[in-house]
Design a binder for this molecule. Structure first.
Ligand code: GDP
Ligand code: IMO
Ligand code: MG
Length: 416
């Protein structure tokens, strides 16, 4: 029996997971998201159309592929319906090709307000969250206060919802952040989700599909360095973002994980607060941000840019059990005289970064290249300096890079 393959980000998110999942989805029957929520923004570009998916798996544009939102995803009905409407407006059939876990927790209007309060009051140290209510929804999940998609179908849903709303209001009033919760649009959206979407016990669906020989790809959100346990805590997201999370996020045994594909950019970016040892606060960082359009897909915030960090990447490879690497956005690095790769931290390692942020990085200098390589599909056409950069990363990582992406569009890339 085949296993569930996993694609996830090895850095601080926005590695280009959406593009890769869309590309590979033609080889799968089912694409399943297993954690996170609308804090994610996965960009897919097909011809002149651009889609930014927040909660819907990135297989949605392929007819014949079923898309599953797993139990550990937190779901906001208003955002979900906006995504569905935008896809339908482009003639993409969504509702018959989307299954939502009954066990997925609902992001309530109060959660978004509490997230905003946590951010704006610096209550948890100013993480720089996306303010989508992710943290508070997972807090309520582990606190056993959560409402789930399946509850939308309960006869007493109104009662359950009002109880949760009252609890959120008591908190928001106590801290003086809000007196009321405006939930009219959310309630309409929640009702439409209840009426028009198919909810399932997705763990049963996935395991039965696996037993029937279906090919399944699990799509991660965020990135390993934002993992709640292993990231730069407290500057992290509220879910586990590593391979193991695909097991609890979809209800599959660890024995049923197939290949693990790790996606990383040819450099580093981070949006939000927190340590970033290889950050470039100079014109080189500015150049990468401009050329790479490094502005958040979800919030529009400028992304912090820096050199590739091999200490962090090797840690991510270890945690996830990566089999193959996919390298993104190497086209952005054209036009530099030299490039640096952060090889190791002198007095620390990524694993210790949340306790000791004061690190210096040992860099290897590499020669740059001037040629534009956007859209290149032939490895032999890459400038020698780009080939050397790629092989140096493979050597340091101890893993092959099997796909080199050279542009945002589906066809722009090299398979090695
Ligand atoms: P995700 O969250 O991991 O899916 O990544 P995002 O969609 O947030 O950010 C990646 C951005 O880079 C998107 O705007 C993509 O269209 C773009 N992109 C993906 N691959 C490449 C590439 O190889 N080269 C360039 N220049 N852009 C890319
Ligand atoms: P994708 O899936 C980049 C960051 C936020 C913030 C921290 C916590 O597109 O790669 P949260 O709203 O989750 O409580 O915010 O995590 N963050 C992301 N950064 N890409 C993402 O998703 C992110 N999702 C959350 O900026 O620093
Ligand atoms: Mg993104």
């Amino acid at each position: 029996m085949m296993g569930v393959d996993v694609i996830l980000g090895l850095q601080w998110g926005d590695e280009g997971k959406g593009k890769i999942v869309d590309l590979l989805s033609s080889q799968y029957d089912i694409i399943a998201r297993f954690q996170g929520g609308p804090n994610a923004g996965h960009t897919i570009i097909i011809g002149d159309k651009k889609f930014v998916l927040h909660q819907i798996p990135s297989g949605i544009t392929r007819s014949g592929v079923m898309n599953v939102i797993g139990n550990a995803v937190v779901l906001d009905p208003t955002i979900l319906l906006k995504e569905i409407t935008a896809l339908e407006a482009e003639g993409i059939e969504v509702r018959s090709r989307l299954l939502v876990s009954r066990k997925s927790n609902l992001i309530l209007p109060g959660h978004r307000l509490i997230d905003a309060w946590q951010e704006e009051s610096n209550a948890n140290g100013g993480v720089g969250s996306t303010k989508k209510g992710i943290g508070p929804t997972y807090q309520d999940k582990t606190g056993r206060f959560g409402l789930r998609i399946g509850d939308l179908h309960a006869a007493n849903f109104d009662q359950l919802y009002n109880k949760a709303k009252e609890r959120h209001l008591r908190l928001l009033r106590a801290v003086g952040f809000a007196d009321e919760i405006d939930d009219a649009a959310w309630l309409i959206a929640a009702d439409e989700v209840r009426r028009t979407l198919t909810t399932v016990d997705s763990e049963i669906y996935i395991n039965e599909a696996l037993n029937a020989g279906k090919r399944i790809l699990a799509e991660g959100a965020q990135g390993t360095l934002l993992d709640i346990d292993f990231g730069t805590y407290p500057f992290v997201t509220s879910s586990n973002t590593v391979t193991a999370s695909a097991c609890t996020g979809l209800g599959i045994s660890p024995k049923k994980i197939g290949k693990v594909y790790g996606v990383f950019k040819a450099y580093s970016t981070r949006v939000g607060e927190g340590p970033f040892p290889t950050e470039l606060l100079d014109e080189t960082g500015e150049m990468i941000r401009k050329k790479g359009h490094e502005f958040g897909s979800t919030t529009g915030r400028p992304r912090r840019c820096g050199w590739l960090d091999m200490d962090a990447l090797k840690y991510a490879i270890m945690l996830n059990g990566v089999d193959e690497l996919f390298m993104m956005k190497i086209d952005v690095l054209s036009g530099m005289d030299s490039l640096s790769i952060g090889e190791a931290y002198n007095n620390n390692s990524f694993a210790g970064l949340s306790f000791n942020k004061d690190v210096t990085v040992n860099y290897t200098q590499m020669q740059g290249w001037q040629e534009e390589i956007r859209g290149t599909t032939d490895y032999n056409k890459l400038p020698d300096a780009a080939k050397t950069y790629i092989s140096q990363i493979e050597k340091l990582a101890g893993l092959p890079i099997s796909l080199i992406s050279t542009g945002p569009e589906r066809e722009e890339g090299i398979r090695k």
